[in-house]
Every structure is written in C-alpha cells, then in structure tokens.
Write a protein of this length. Sequence first.
Length: 253
Amino acid sequence: MSARVLITAGAGGIGCAMAEAFDVAGARVWIADVDRAALAACPGHWRQSVVDVADEASVAAWFGEIEEAWGGLDTLCSNAGIAGPTALVEDMPLEGWRACVSVNLDGAFLCARYAAPMLKRQGAGSIVITSSTAGQYGFPYRAPYAAAKWGVIGLAKTLAMELGPHGIRCNVICPGSVEGPRMEGVLAREAAAKGMSRDQVYAGYASGTSMGRFVEAADIANMAVFLGSDAARLVSGQVIAVDGHTVNPDPKV
C-alpha cells in the first residue's frame, strides 16, 4: 500500500493506532492533533500538523499543506472527537453541548468539505469516519456525544451518495468501549454521576456485549485499514460496529 492517509486526532488512542496500522501496511501517514506534546512523541517519519478540526481556518490551512506536499490524498480517517460532559439532559450546560458537537460533528464535516475536491479530482478515495455505538443506540448521561455520533452517520451516508459517482467511498466505524485513558475518564465521570464505583460501571459496559469485554484500539485500526484498501472497493455507506457485539446498550449493574 502506498496510499496517502490523513488521520485526525492521530497522536493518541484510536488515531495513533490507525496511524501505526496504516504505516505497517506501507501507507504514507499524516496525522493532525491539537496536542503538540503528543505529536512530538509520535514517530518522526509521520507527517504531523497541529490542527483544530472545529476551526475552519485551521482545517483549511492543513489541507493547503497537504495539497502542496502531497498533491492530494487517498484516505481520510476523520477520527477527532471528545467525550463531552456527563450529565442528565436537564443539567447539561449549553456550552458543553456546543463544544462536543463542534468537535465531533462540525470537525467531520469540515474535513470532508476540504477533502472532497481533492478526492473528486483523482476520481477515487475513501473517507472513514469514527462514530460510536452511542451513534446507534443512544447513551444515557451523554446526550451531546450521542447526538453528534448519530449526526456523523447521517453525514457519512450522504457523502457516500454524493461522492460515490466519483469513485469515492465513505464508511463509518462505530467503536464500542475501547480500553485506554479516554475511556477511563468516561468511567470515572459516569461513576460520579451515577453514584457508583468505577469497577461497577466498567462491568456494566462489558456485560452489555455478547463477548463480555472491551475492544482494543488496534481492533478499530484494523477495520480502518480494510476500509481504506482496495479489498473494500465496493463497501460504501456502511456503519460497521467494532464492539464485541452490543446486546444491551444500557446495561444495569
């Protein structure tokens, strides 16, 4: 694979795992993130840019860099997202709602907006958007996150329809609960909101899947590599959960 791959939020977590997997597959990798320190810790042969996906000027500048350096791209992994506040809807602050939707949904839109002309010009390419199982089932105490993750599914299905005639595919990956620091923060906040222990919340999430476990970032990355490859040349407009099979999206502990 000699594809040119862009990955937002690529300096840590799922995004970094995606970068590693595409790198191993032989792709040229360009990661974007707001965390300068995390970017600096990534492999030096990955191209790196500081980008705020919720800021159009920042996104536009990044795609200008890409145009100048690479002349285009083959796969966009629109992965940037934040967890947002954890609260009942009546206690949800509007500023928290807006910030969460801005990064998760506006960010995916902006990256697609600037990637589409490049992909159309070459008549091929793939867009992979990271949603969540919260975008399939809803998520108590996480209204802005769930709303944004449902939103990116609608965006992706529309992109698949608009861009398909140009040879461009768009698909969605819906991770379940992914082991790592970000999920630990979610567990802590939800435990506090529900008056439960971290371990009780963890067990509830795990028991909500038929495989009884969390997934690893590498599991998500492997799916992204597949969706960006010629092996998935006729896979488009699909929403693919990598979650150990969610059987109860709101398990009670």
